[in-house]
Design a protein around this ligand. Structure first.
Ligand code: SAH
Length: 249
């Protein structure tokens, strides 16, 4: 899984943060890094902190201004730790991830981070369609630059189907298709008949128990193999079947 989202660092002052950002990007499947007037780059410290992501650093594009970095982008999101005097539309990471996912279909998307000391200026923010803020301690809300890159890349990754390595209904970890409503109903009717024959379901007041049993098994999202196992168990435990086997013996 790789993402066509450009990560733009505006005037990063610490080369270590550039390297750590590259590493954060690579772990999440991003590879487009643009540096706007970095104070100290290339640098041995950046390469060291990038760890295995040094190729990503070597490919980084270096530009003079934010305008150059985002010139061909149809959607620009700025990452901001705090609200400015001028209210700018700000969203949280989950909404941002959904928004970026939708915008990627329309054109290039840039995610812009500010310098460590001062953050994005009002002029920088005026280049952004939207700001995203990572919820944090209101008294100490400024994350390290590379950590902010990590969180926002992670959120984008998680918003993809299968982003957590599993499909949302767990289907990738299944070795059989989920049971259909019909198969589930067949199982419940079978279970109810066995439990009635066993005297467990009181035929005068069966309703609530039957509903509760259905609720338990609906929660467990049974697949077809599991239904077959359960029905095999019911068959083996059915007093009518056991009785007829004993008759034969
Ligand atoms: N001191 C600056 C923060 C600089 S941190 C300020 O108060 O604005 C460097 C960059 O990391 C920020 O410009 C922003 O792009 C990103 N960042 C840090 N914390 C963040 C947060 N809570 N939400 C979103 N972005 C954040």
């Amino acid at each position: 899984m790789s993402f066509a989202v450009r990560i733009v660092l505006v005037e990063p002052s610490h080369p270590g943060n550039i390297g750590a950002s590259a590493r954060a990007m690579k772990t999440m499947g991003f590879d487009q890094l643009v540096l706007v007037a970095p104070k100290d780059f290339p640098s041995a410290e950046a390469t060291a902190r990038a760890s295995g992501a040094d190729a990503l650093l070597r490919q980084a594009r270096i530009v003079e201004s934010l305008n150059d970095a985002i010139a061909d982008c149809a959607f620009v999101v700025g990452a901001s730790a705090r609200s400015r005097s001028l209210a700018w539309p700000t969203i949280g990471p989950r909404v941002y991830a959904e928004t970026v996912k939708a915008q990627l279909a329309q054109g290039n998307v840039a995610l812009v981070f500010g310098p460590e000391q001062s953050g994005l200026t009002n002029e920088d923010m005026a280049r952004c369609h939207q700001l995203v803020q990572i919820p944090a301690n209101p008294e100490y809300s400024s994350l390290n630059l590379a950590m902010a890159v990590q969180v926002l890349c992670y959120e984008l990754r998680m918003a993809q189907p299968g982003g957590d390595g599993l499909s949302h209904d767990g289907a990738e970890t299944r070795d059989a298709p989920l049971a259909t409503a019909d198969e589930l109903n067949g199982f419940h009717e079978h279970m109810e008949s066995v439990l009635t024959a066993a005297g467990f379901i009181n035929e005068d007041h069966p309703k609530l128990l039957k509903l509760r049993l259905r609720r338990i098994f609906h929660r467990s999202r049974l697949d077809q193999t599991e239904i077959n196992i359960l029905r095999g168990m019911l068959k083996a435990l059915d007093p009518r079947v056991i009785g007829s086997q004993q008759d034969k013996e």
